[in-house]
Ligand binder design. Structure first.
Ligand code: ATP
Ligand code: MG
Ligand code: MG
Length: 390
């Protein structure tokens, strides 16, 4: 009986564990938090830090292959693990994805002829580089090169004075300044790639963010122009191949207005793991992103994907437990009403305390037609007190 291990015990780890267990694997999770969502459902929960030698040794002893579920797993820990066990994705790929400067250079190298590149940007790692920023990058967004997520570690700046103040505010850590682009839409693509180089991609997800956090993902024919989707899928596969990536990778894109009917793609960032925008695959595709992660790390063939239903995913944040104005008065959202709607699939992560902005779960909505899925999503959003759909 094989055991699959995961570094990190958040909701992505939990859904990975569920997929692995459904296929008969034993599972082990390394996460220091005794209440971690994945640790509480795995066969073994190793409760140490990510760089703890004993913890890593235990994980290696238990496991036949190891994966990760969060972006900021220390690369040295993956190198240690990788010396003894198959680790997917590997330390190099994770290290590139952890650093926006390396990540953008990788995109440029992977997409030489596609016409797709990152937003115009400059690395800011010194006073001299700050002074040398070209004027046409302003107004822009200053982002820390490392450790940002859900829009944290980002400051929007109009001019040089604001840029200098923002870099101070970010403690002068290495950053990138990106030109602020007028977005028509945002989208992302999930790819799974095996150690043998086989790569499969999922349909393109159209994403809407609220306050820097993903709120809604829509995946159905017509959500985005078909030609744009083909380009995004091909680019994502090229990015995975160039990294020799093994596992599940998500790449985010912007669609910007370039005067053409479809708009143009700009590559934003990648996540070396399954992604929140790929959760619809659990109910709308014949193989989920988490099952592909299991297959990739276990050396099983990856499956070409068939999306059998149009889908909308609504993210469920901790805010729902705190009705407007009522401070810290927990109430449970109206699941009974929402689950009476056709085609609703609730996924909650088993987090013990709700906090505003915290990802608590998601609701997948499937149906036979796009109109039906949209109507159900609109009703569900209203019942839950979520913002109106895009
Ligand atoms: P994630 O939680 O997806 O990892 P993050 O904190 O790493 O997010 P980004 O994805 O880089 O941050 O940016 C967050 C959001 O800010 C984007 O989804 C987009 O809506 C907006 N944004 C980022 N960069 C730009 C840009 N150059 N021009 C316009 N909008 C941008
Ligand atoms: Mg990010
Ligand atoms: Mg992002």
């Amino acid at each position: 009986q094989l055991t699959l291990g995961v570094m990190g015990g958040g909701q992505l780890g939990r859904m990975f564990v569920h997929a692995a267990q459904a296929m008969g694997y034993f599972t082990a999770v390394l996460d220091p938090d005794p209440a971690s969502p994945a640790g509480r459902v795995a066969h073994w929960h190793i409760q140490t830090g990510y760089e703890d030698e004993q913890g890593l040794a235990q994980l290696m002893q238990r496991c036949d292959a190891i994966t990760t579920e969060f972006e900021n797993v220390p690369a040295p820990a993956l190198i240690t693990l990788g010396a003894h066990r198959p680790v997917a994705p590997g330390a190099h790929a994770v290290a590139v994805a952890q650093d926006r400067i390396q990540e953008k250079a990788h995109f440029v190298a992977s997409l030489p002829t596609s016409g797709i590149g990152p937003a115009p940007y400059a690395a800011i790692e010194s006073e001299a580089l700050l002074a040398a920023v070209p004027a046409d990058l302003l107004p822009g967004i200053l982002k820390t090169a490392r450790l940002g997520y859900d829009g944290k570690g980002q400051i929007r700046v109009k001019d040089r004075a604001e840029l200098a103040a923002a870099w101070d505010q970010l403690k002068r850590v290495p950053c990138v300044l990106e030109k602020m682009l007028p977005l028509k839409a945002e989208c992302s693509v999930i790819v799974a790639r095996g150690a043998n180089g086989q790569a499969v991609s999922y349909p393109v997800q159209r994403n809407t963010h609220v306050d820097g956090i993903l709120a809604v993902t829509e995946v159905y024919e017509g959500a985005l122009p078909a030609a744009l989707c083909d380009k995004a899928r091909a680019a994502t596969i090229a990015i995975a191949h160039q990294l020799q990536y093994v596992g599940v990778l998500c790449v985010e894109y912007f669609v910007i207005d370039d005067g053409s009917a479809d708009g143009a793609l700009v590559v934003n960032e990648m996540a070396p793991r399954p992604h929140n925008s790929g959760h619809y695959t659990q109910n709308a595709c014949d193989v989920s992103q988490f099952e592909q992660q299991v297959r990739a790390m276990a050396g099983l063939p990856l499956r070409e994907v068939r999306q059998h239903s149009p889908a909308i995913m609504l993210n469920i944040l901790g805010d729902l437990w705190f009705p407007e104005g009522a401070d810290k008065t927990a109430r449970s959202p109206a699941w009974d009403r929402v689950l009476a709607l056709p085609g609703t699939h609730l996924h909650l992560y088993g987090k013990l305390d709700a906090r505003p902005g915290r990802k608590m779960g998601h609701l997948n909505i499937t149906g036979t037609t796009v109109a039906e899925v949209k109507a159900t999503a609109t009703q569900a959003a209203a019942m839950l007190g979520l913002p109106a759909l895009p």
